[in-house]
Design a protein around this ligand. Structure first.
Ligand SMILES: *Cc1c(COP(=O)(O)O)cnc(C)c1O
Length: 393
């Protein structure tokens, strides 16, 4: 069956799946490190690429491959590359695309460790980087240098929920011969398809929405074109941050409900955002679905929904925010996001703790910022939980 012609929900359940010799209804876990060859010639042909048989799980595995094809189809890309974690995807992309003397322009409000890896480890290897507010296209343009090879954007940004115009950045990337990479974790392909908007690579921490059940970490890189896919795949296979078959199996199970989970969670998020916006103890709130969000119109244009991530500040600053986080009981005080359960955390002291104070301030990661990932619990319970906690502030 050509699943490419199917609708998004059908793809979630069928794309990339294959029938094994027992015609099992789900993709089995091929928990094996290596695969036998039918003959010495077959082995040689597998290595030369003449035969597409499996060789060794770091290079490829049927369970992992099923997930790679599934996500690649959801993103309208050529192929997917599974990695051990989202950070495995980030560093594989850096290694595949950047060498000594190259330069990357990146969003300043970006997943903390993605910036820390660049400014410590990769800077040590001679890679230069400039972090700018990519929501402002002029800042992106001004940051480009003759040696800029990659433009890297996260939208909505973590944790400031700023939106970057992907079509506009893609134009700058093309004009300057740069590869355009988008961290699509906050949206998943259900809400945003960066490759359709001009990106060359869209990648994910599968740990979040795509798996959705807070029980594994994983990453996936999807490339639009075959040439780039081969380049990134070769870097992953050589460096070794590959996915594990059991991990792939769990994500295959999780991704099937991606659309219905996000539909429900973002319905909750919209109502929670409205509740907080009108609460007298809330100082400010950023949610793309609110008219008060400075890029509400852009979000409407490039995303098919507003997502489940809300950032806000409580009047009284960081101390009041801590009081709120200590007094919610249904929302779990934990990092991560995009699962069926509601999570709350404090980026400045948690996910972005290792980003320097100066860079945090420049990126808008203020001390009072509380990040909320709406889950699929009953709305009334979530609102009561926040109401109770805000009463204590
Ligand atoms: C979590 C996350 C990552 C890193 O993924 P891991 O699976 O934790 O390694 C990268 N980008 C974003 C936006 C994330 O939320």
């Amino acid at each position: 069956m050509d699943t490419k012609k199917l609708g998004f929900n059908s793809k979630l359940i069928h794309a990339g799946h294959f029938k094994d010799e027992f015609l099992s209804a789900t993709v089995p876990i091929y928990q094996t490190s290596t695969f036998s060859f039918k003959s010495a010639k077959h082995g040689a042909d597998c290595f030369s690429g003449e035969d597409d048989g499996y060789i060794y799980t770091r290079i490829g595995n049927p369970t992992i491959n099923a997930l790679e094809q599934n996500i690649a189809e959801l993103e309208n890309g050529f192929g997917g590359i599974g990695t051990a974690s989202g950070m495995g995807a980030v560093t594989t992309i850096y290694i595949a695309l950047l060498k000594q003397g190259d330069h990357i322009v990146s969003s300043d409000a970006v997943y903390g460790p993605a910036r820390v890896a660049m400014e410590t480890i990769f800077a040590g290897y001679g890679v230069e980087s400039t972090y700018v507010n990519t929501s402002n296209i002029e800042e992106v343009k001004a940051a480009i240098r003759p040696n800029t090879k990659v433009i890297y954007v996260e939208t909505p940004a973590n944790p400031t929920i700023g939106i970057t115009d992907l079509k506009a950045v893609s134009k700058i990337a093309k004009e300057n011969d740069c590869i355009f990479v988008v961290d699509n974790t906050f949206c998943s392909p259900y809400l945003q398809k960066p490759l359709d908007l001009g990106a060359d690579i869209s990648f994910h921490s599968l740990t979040k929405f795509i798996n959705g059940h807070a029980d594994i970490v994983g990453g996936m890189i999807v490339c639009k074109e075959e040439k780039l896919y081969k380049q990134v795949r070769s870097a992953m296979v050589t460096m070794g941050p590959n996915m594990d078959p059991h991990q792939a199996f769990l994500v295959i199970r999780g991704v099937k409900t991606l659309a219905i989970r996000i539909d429900r969670a973002q319905e909750n998020a919209m109502k929670i955002a409205k509740y907080l916006e009108n609460h007298p103890k809330i100082a400010w709130i950023k949610y793309p679905g609110l008219k008060s969000h400075p890029q509400h119109e852009l979000a409407k244009e490039q995303m098919s929904g507003f997502g489940t991530m809300i950032s806000f500040g409580v009047k009284g600053g960081a101390e009041a925010g801590s009081k709120l986080m200590d007094n919610v009981h249904l929302a779990t005080l934990a990092v991560s996001l995009g699962g069926v359960e509601t999570l709350i955390q404090h980026p400045a002291s948690m996910t972005h703790a290792k980003v320097s104070k100066e860079n945090k301030i420049k990126a808008g990661i203020t001390d009072d910022l509380v990040r909320y990932s709406a889950g699929i619990e009953d709305l009334e319970d979530l609102i009561n939980d926040l109401k109770h906690a805000l009463d204590k502030v």
